[in-house]
Each structure stands twice: as structure tokens, then as C-alpha cells.
Design a binder for this molecule. Sequence first.
Ligand code: HEC
Ligand code: HEC
Ligand code: HEC
Length: 144
Amino acid sequence: MKIYNGGPIFLGILVFLAIALFPFYNNFGKVNAKPEPKVDTPAIQEYEKANGKKECIESKEWMRGEHMQILNQWRDSVVRDYNRTYKSNSHPNAAPFNMSLQSGCMKCHSNKKKFCDECHNYLSVKPYCWDCHIQPEEKEEVKS
Ligand code: HEC
Ligand code: HEC
Ligand code: HEC
């Protein structure tokens, strides 16, 4: 019987490396595709028809940096103060928006995979909201 057997040790090292390096190669490829959030949804096109332009509840730049905070404020406002209407600061002419994740944000952004997930996957951010809140049925406008 051999005391030293290289096979199992080598295999052991391979298995160890495979597990230790998993976070790196598992992100490979996902990280390289730059996020391109799409805003072509039926609700946004309807909004554009009615208002002459596509717009979010606030400016795009502001939304990009602050949407996590505004979602928290909306939740507090609804749950603590029973206030469900939001008046935009940057679009004073826009009709009040419905302060709701599902019936507000996700009504317009009904393409969660091609919008929210597009950025979040790129950055490996995983909001836990969908543990409770229902994800929208994916809806996007097919460009003709
Ligand atoms: C009335 C429809 C509508 C609602 C409601 C709405 N959005 Fe938007 N959102 C848009 C449109 C249209 C754009 C693109 C705006 C532009 O290009 O100026 C956008 C842009 C954004 C962006 C920036 C995307 C980028 O490419 O940088 C984020 C983030 C965002 N929305 C998140 C949200 C969140 C979170 C909510 C709810 C708190 C919400 N939106 C509610 C229509 C909406
Ligand atoms: C333009 C890119 C972009 C888009 C589009 C986008 N997000 Fe985000 N989101 C981010 C970034 C970046 C962060 C992380 C910010 C941080 O950690 O400070 C984030 C974080 C969040 C968080 C906080 C998560 C946490 O664990 O802290 C929530 C909630 C969230 N996004 C909801 C949404 C929803 C809902 C949508 C779609 C309607 C959306 N986001 C669309 C870029 C985006
Ligand atoms: C543990 C379950 C749970 C999780 C996780 C959760 N929520 Fe909620 N959320 C609720 C409940 C329950 C309400 C109250 C529903 C109502 O009054 O309409 C609520 C209400 C809200 C509201 C206001 C009402 C509405 O229609 O949307 C917002 C906005 C909101 N949550 C955002 C978030 C965001 C953003 C996340 C993730 C960062 C999140 N929630 C995670 C359970 C949850």
C-alpha cells in the first residue's frame, strides 16, 4: 500500500480552488455588460402620449442616486401617515403620483428584469423587497 497518493490530494486542491474562486468566476461576464435600463413599457408610453414626454417622478439623474431613499420615505408615509399621493418637485406640472412600489414605480417600470435588475445585477445589489411585495408581470412594449 502506498502511503502517499497524489491523486486524491490533487483532486482535493482542485475542489478547494473551485469553491474558493466561485465568487469570481460566477460574476464573470455579468460584470462586463454595462447596464442599459429600458423605459419602453406600455404605462410609460401612455404617460408620454398624455404628457408629451417620458418622465419619472423626479429627474432621471436624481432618481439614479436617490431612488432607494425615496422608496423608504414612501413606505413611511403610507404606513405611518396614510398618505399615498406624491407631488413631484422637479415636474411641478405632473399629476400627483401614487406612492406605491407595486402600483406606482412598478406600474411604469413593469419591465423589472430589463430595468431594475439590469442595474442591480451589474452591481450585485439584491433588494429584499420582493420577499413580500409581488413582482410585476413582465411587460414591455415591442418596438415597431
Ligand atoms: C410615470 C411613470 C413612472 C413612475 C411612476 C416611476 N418611474 Fe422611474 N422612470 C420613468 C421614466 C420614463 C424614466 C426615464 C426618464 C428620463 O429618461 O428622463 C425613469 C427613470 C428612472 C430611473 C433612472 C434610470 C436611469 O437610466 O438612470 C430610476 C432609478 C427610476 N426611474 C426608478 C423609479 C422608482 C424607484 C420609482 C418609484 C419610486 C419610479 N421610478 C417611478 C417612469 C416612471
Ligand atoms: C440606473 C441603475 C438603477 C436602476 C434602473 C434601478 N436601481 Fe435600484 N439601485 C441602484 C444602485 C446603484 C443601488 C445601490 C445603492 C447603494 O448601495 O448605495 C440600488 C439600490 C436599490 C435599493 C436598496 C437596496 C439595498 O439593499 O440597499 C432598492 C430598494 C432599489 N434599488 C430599488 C429599485 C427598484 C424597485 C428599481 C426599479 C423600479 C430600481 N431600483 C432601479 C441602481 C439602480
Ligand atoms: C417583510 C415584508 C416586507 C418587505 C421585505 C418589504 N416590505 Fe414594503 N411593505 C410591506 C407591507 C406589509 C406594507 C404595507 C402595505 C400597505 O399598507 O399597502 C408595505 C408597504 C410599502 C410601501 C408603501 C405601500 C405600497 O403600496 O407600496 C412601499 C413604498 C414599500 N413597502 C417599499 C418597500 C421596499 C422598497 C422594500 C425593499 C427595500 C420593501 N418595501 C420590503 C411589507 C414588506
